[in-house]
Design a protein around this ligand. Structure first.
Ligand code: FMN
Length: 239
C-alpha cells in the first residue's frame, strides 16, 4: 500500500490473533520510529518495548484493564526523556535546566511523531495498532513498574498485532470544524459544524458522550490531570 492509502484506511485495532511479528518486520517498525523528525534532532524520548507478559498484565491493570495490552504481539511505551539529555548536559560539563512544560511539550511531540511513524509502518505491513493513552490513569504506577528515573514521564503506549477484527472506518469531523484559512473563525462556525456532525448516525450521540466523559468539569481528564501533575512533580519536573 502507498502511504496515502495506509493513512486513509487506518482503523484502531483492539483485538489481535496470537502471533509473533517476524524480526525483519519488527526491525522496520522500530527503525521507522527512530527516523522520525525530532526537535533540534535531540530525540527527547525513549521507547520501552514490553516483552514480559506478566509486566503487560500489571500495566493493563493500571490502564483500566485494556485487554489489547496483553494480547498484542508487541507493546511499546513512549517516555518523555529528559534524564538522558540532562545527563548528557552533565557529561559535557554544562549545567542542566530543570525540565519544565516546554521540554515536556518538545518530548511529547517528538514521541508522537516517532509513534505515528511506527504505526504507519506497522499498518503498511498488515498489522493493526492501538494507542494507549489510558496509561495516564496511573502514570506514577507505570513509572514505578518501568523503573523510570527522575526527569522521565510515561506518555502513552502503542500495541501492535495481527488484526482479529475488521471494524469500519471511524468518522472524522467535517473539514469546516478543523481547517481554517488565515485566521481562526469568529462566528463559531467550527463549533456548530462539530455539534452538527454525524447527525442521523450513532456517532452523533457517541461524540457528545465522549465530550462529556472527557471534557466536562466532572470528566475523566480532571482526575487524570491531577495524577499527571503529581507524577510530573515526583519525577522532578518543574510544572
Ligand atoms: C493519544 C491517543 C490515545 C489513545 N488511547 C487509547 C486507549 O487508551 N485505549 C483505546 O482503546 N484506544 C485509544 N486510542 C484510540 C482512539 O480511541 C482512536 O484513535 C479513535 O477512537 C479513532 O478511531 P480510529 O483510530 O479507528 O480512527 C488513543 C488514540 C490516541 C491518538
Amino acid at each position: 500500500m502507498d502511504v496515502y492509502q495506509v493513512i486513509t484506511t487506518h482503523r484502531t485495532i483492539r483485538k489481535y490473533k496470537e502471533a509473533t511479528i517476524p524480526p525483519e518486520h519488527l526491525e522496520k517498525i522500530i527503525h521507522s520510529a527512530l527516523r522520525a523528525p525530532s526537535s533540534s534532532n535531540l530525540q527527547a524520548y525513549s521507547i520501552i518495548r514490553i516483552t514480559d507478559k506478566n509486566l503487560r498484565k500489571q500495566i493493563a491493570e493500571l490502564a483500566g484493564k485494556q485487554e489489547q495490552i496483553v494480547t498484542a504481539s508487541e507493546f511499546f511505551i513512549f517516555i518523555a526523556d529528559m534524564y538522558r539529555l540532562i545527563n548528557c548536559c552533565r557529561g559535557i560539563g554544562v549545567e542542566a535546566a530543570q525540565p519544565n512544560f516546554l521540554m515536556l511539550y518538545v518530548a511529547t511531540v517528538d514521541a508522537a511523531l516517532a509513534a505515528q511513524n511506527m504505526t504507519l509502518t506497522a499498518e503498511s505491513l498488515g498489522y493493526g495498532t492501538c494507542y494507549i493513552g489510558a496509561i495516564q490513569e496511573d502514570p506514577c504506577g507505570i513509572a514505578k513498574l518501568l523503573n523510570l528515573p527522575e526527569y522521565t514521564y510515561p506518555l502513552f503506549g502503542l500495541t501492535i498485532g495481527v488484526p482479529d477484527e475488521d471494524p469500519a472506518l471511524r468518522p472524522r469531523l467535517p473539514r469546516e470544524a478543523i481547517l481554517h484559512e488565515n485566521r481562526y473563525p469568529d462566528d463559531d462556525s467550527n463549533v456548530k459544524a462539530a455539534l452538527n456532525a454525524f447527525k442521523g448516525t450513532e456517532f452523533h450521540d457517541s461524540f457528545k458522550r465522549r465530550i462529556k466523559r472527557y471534557y466536562s468539569e466532572a470528566g475523566r481528564y480532571k482526575d487524570r490531570y491531577n495524577r499527571m501533575k503529581n507524577c510530573l512533580l515526583k519525577q522532578g519536573f518543574n510544572v
